[in-house]
Design a protein around this ligand. Structure first.
Ligand SMILES: CC(C)(COP(=O)(O)OP(=O)(O)OC[C@H]1O[C@@H](n2cnc3c(N)ncnc32)[C@H](O)[C@@H]1OP(=O)(O)O)[C@@H](O)C(=O)NCCC(=O)NCCS
Length: 418
């Protein structure tokens, strides 16, 4: 079929553009098995996409075809924000809203749009792309690799929950989410500037975290609660957003603490709520001290570990220079990339934590795919483990050399779903 591929102008107020915009949003919701949108949701969505200058792609049926209309048969969107790569905030092409109508699947619609978008990002000098996936088997073929993991925990806060003594000279205060928002944003910005793996929030996070709008209910979020932590000087150095779950449960929606004291203060606050037996959080920080601060460490149960942030390296020298390196050394990588963006042989020479990367003809030390390169990028997985998984073609000596250079002592972490 001769699909009509187009990029929508979300600023165009003509009747046709408005109908296509609404049809496009309807198609995304249909793809994710959500309800048909109401006007309020469409207005919010359009406002967000205008502010973030989102590029909105779709495929429509040709005009004379049965079923043709303003609703597309495939959707795809992307926007440019930043990724904390460890040494700098790297421009990032964020991919979202990927759906194909059940009646038009496996005909290459996603392939066409994602390949166009990656080529566009590369042409514009955007060095990295990212997404969060609903299925893990789709995106490797386009050079995306799982780059951070997400850990879900359940904390037993029934009678007896107690933390060992810890120094907290500050305090926790409940604040209405709308009032907390400026603090939430400021804490996130500080966190984003220093946490490797962090992805900048798209603008809809303001609506979500201030409780102004809940995309599930289509109105104000009346369940969300917020608290901040103040340090000894009264400055906000953390926030937690949560809501009551079923029975005596509290579900933490988002939590960022800029100090270990603030982190433990939040757990103490959450753990000592009356008539709450369980606290759940699906983005537990890998360095959260909770387990080792509890008098009973078995009160924390890991309920899930899943891939979370997927990355796609488009510009190898630029990306590798933006991450930290643990040791001085030299290694020659050969990257195999079906779309070609990252293909080639590169000499990576590191000195004092910084890599100089150039194309080379020297003999290859390590062969890997673009997907594997993306998974190694933030240091979520060790080089040796990737080799054991059969994902690197290299001698033991080359693996050891690359591991010494590339493995990092502190873990990456991302809390931005999109
Ligand atoms: C995921 C989805 C968008 C794929 O769209 P599509 O237009 O059918 O994909 P394409 O025809 O372009 O497929 C291209 C390739 O990806 C593969 N692929 C597509 N969807 C896949 C899936 N769910 N699992 C595994 N492989 C998949 C195809 O087999 C094809 O492989 P090949 O070219 O190597 O043979 C579609 O299945 C969908 O709408 N799913 C529901 C919503 C969703 O999960 N979106 C993803 C959000 S992250």
């Amino acid at each position: 079929m001769d699909y009509d591929f187009a990029i929508l102008d979300f600023h165009d107020e003509s009747e046709e553009a408005t109908a296509r915009r609404r049809g496009w949003i309807g198609a995304v919701l249909r793809g994710f098995r959500e309800d048909r949108p109401e006007d309020a949701l469409v207005d919010r969505w359009v406002g967000h996409y205008r502010t973030d200058e989102v590029t909105v792609r779709g495929a429509w049926l040709p005009e004379d075809e049965f079923g043709a209309g303003p609703m597309p048969v495939a959707t795809y969107a992307s926007l440019d924000k930043t990724l904390n790569a460890g040494r700098e905030l790297l421009p990032l092409r964020m991919v979202t809203d990927v759906t194909t109508s059940a009646a038009h699947r496996r005909r290459g619609l996603l392939r066409r749009m994602i390949e166009d978008d990656l080529a566009d990002a590369a042409a514009q000098g955007v060095p990295m792309a990212a997404l969060t996936a609903s299925e893990t088997t789709i995106y490797g073929r386009w050079g995306f690799g799982a780059a951070t993991l997400r850990t879900g925990v359940e904390v037993d806060t029934s009678t007896g929950f107690s933390l060992r003594a810890f120094a907290d000279t500050g305090r926790v205060e409940l604040v209405e989410p709308a009032d907390a928002w400026p603090h939430v944003k400021a804490v996130f910005d500080t966190f984003h500037a220093r946490q490797r793996g962090s992805v900048e929030w798209p603008v809809q996070y303001e609506d979500m975290h201030s409780a102004a709008f809940d995309f599930e209910s289509g109105g104000a979020n009346r369940k969300l609660r917020g608290a901040v932590h103040l340090d000894a000087a009264g400055a906000v150095d953390g926030f937690v957003l949560f809501k009551p779950g079923e029975k005596q449960t509290v579900k933490v929606e988002e939590m960022v603490a800029l100090t270990p004291e603030a982190q433990l203060a939040f757990w103490s606050f959450l753990g000592h709520m009356d008539r709450v037996d369980k606290v759940t959080f699906n983005l537990f920080h890998p360095e959260d001290p909770l387990v080792w601060a509890l008098t009973d460490m078995n009160r924390v149960k890991v309920t899930e570990v899943e891939e979370f942030l997927w990355l796609r390296v488009l510009d190898v020298p630029r990306c590798l220079a933006a991450r930290p390196w643990a040791a001085d050394g030299t290694v020659v990588l050969e990257v195999d990339d079906a779309q070609g963006h990252a293909s080639g042989r590169y000499e990576v020479a590191t000195a004092e934590g910084v890599a100089a990367v150039s194309r080379t003809d020297r003999p290859v030390d390590v062969r890997l795919t673009a997907e594997t390169l993306a998974s190694l990028f933030l240091g979520e997985v060790e080089v040796r483990r990737m080799h054991h998984a059969g994902r690197l073609e290299a001698t033991e000596e080359a693996v050891a050399r690359l591991a010494a250079m590339a493995d990092l002592s502190d873990p990456p972490y991302s809390l931005t779903g999109f």
